[in-house]
Structure formats: structure tokens, C-alpha cells
Design a protein around this ligand. Sequence first.
Ligand code: F6R
Length: 261
Amino acid sequence: MEVIIRKDADTGCLLGARIIARYVREKPNCVLGLATGRTPLRLYQELIRMHRDEGLDFSRVTTFNLDEYVGLPATHDQSYRYFMRENLFRHINIDPANTHIPDGTAADLHTECRAYEERIIAAGGIDLQLLGLGRNGHIGFNEPSGSLRSRTWIKILSEQTLQDNSDVFGSRSAMPRHAITMGVGTILDARRCLLLAFGPPKARAVERMIEGPLAAICPASALQLHPRSTVVVDEASGSALQFADHYRWIDANKLPWQRYD
Ligand code: F6R
């Protein structure tokens, strides 16, 4: 696992955007796995800026989002389809037909989950998967104690996730309790994973993900098994890391081709 500690969320997001932009330039028809939530917003803004000012071209890019709430139509302002359209897709030259998000309103959710996996395979697999981190260690909506080999499925959201995400719904009862999410196994199949986590509330989960045991109770710890995973944290979210100096040392001694700056 490559661990990169940056001063703050802003510089961490700019770095994340550079990593993604490099991928898109090297492989214009790449398949990106995307995340929603507060964490990647600044990264998306930077990708939009790169598209506008530097001509970063998304016309041949395909995307698959990690998850979607069950029962929310694409028109709902808290659906992840809506989030992606507002915060990224409508600002860049991506073909909407190439953007995939699980359909949380499908009449048969099981069939939708299987079909989502098949669509990822048909697209050639995910080249780079962007991830955020839940305070409870979740990635996607893979909540603690779920299988580390799970595939896209319907998951029950934990109380912690309801607590963390319900503010935008107005009340806890208004927030869906179920979501379709790529499984941990689906995420680990991506050729590369890029996880961002910022701020003091994420410190404990960051420490468990990077330095804790590989354990289903912290689904993000499964990234320890991935041959190419990069984790970008800031000083605050990295504050509980025991080996922070080691990660800084590695970062400072990278060969030129291993650097992103
Ligand atoms: C979102 C997702 C979640 C979030 C995580 C962190 O698509 O899959 O795992 O990345 O809950 O959310 P924020 O970024 O809002 O702290």
C-alpha cells in the first residue's frame, strides 16, 4: 500500500486529481470507478478545471460508480446519479451513455446487481477505482463485518453511516437504509485503487485500514491485499498512524517515475 500524507484535504485532492488525469491522458479510453460523498468534491472540481483549461479529454472514458441508495430515482437530489451529474458529468465532455451507476429503483434489485458486475466485465474491468472512507472503515457501502470477497449487492447501511450521511436528508428517517454497492471483491478487482480520507473524524479508520489487521470489521483493510493501492491522507486523518515517518521517508525517496507532483 502506498501511503501519501499531504498537509490538508485541498492538496490531497489536487494530488488525487493529478493521478486520475495522468491515467486519462495515458489511456484515453480508460474505465474509472468513481465515488460520491464530501471527500472527492474538490478532486472533481480540479478535474473540471483541467478539462476546461488544459483540454483533459473524457470523451472516451467510461465510469462506474461504487453505489446508489435503494429507492431513490435519478431525479432525487440526494441520489448518487444526481450527485455525479451535478458535481462532475455535466461539466466535462463525458458521454452520459458511458457513465454507469447502479439503479436503486430497479424492479428486481438482485438482477440489477448481477447485471452491474457484468457491465463492468464487458467494459474490460475497472482501471482505477476512486474511494472514500467511512468513519467505520467502510468502502463503497461495504459496512463492517461484511465479506471481504463480496460482489455488487444490496447492503443494509450501518447506524454510523445513517448518522454521518442523514444531515443532507433532513432527518435520519428520511434516509434510505439500503444501498446497492460494489462488493469489496469487486473493488479489489480494479487494476488500481486510490483512496482519499481527510480530517480528524477519519483518523481512527485510516489507522485501522493501513496498520490494523486485515479484518472484515474494517472493510477498507482489504486494500492491504491490493497490489496497487494508493491512500492519500492529510495530517489530521493521518494523525493516529504509528508509522507516519516511514511513509514520509518512502514518499521523499521515490524515483522520478514514481512521483505524481
Ligand atoms: C460514496 C461511498 C462512501 C463514501 C464514504 C465517505 O460513494 O462509497 O464509501 O466514500 O462514506 O464519505 P464522505 O466522503 O462524505 O466522508
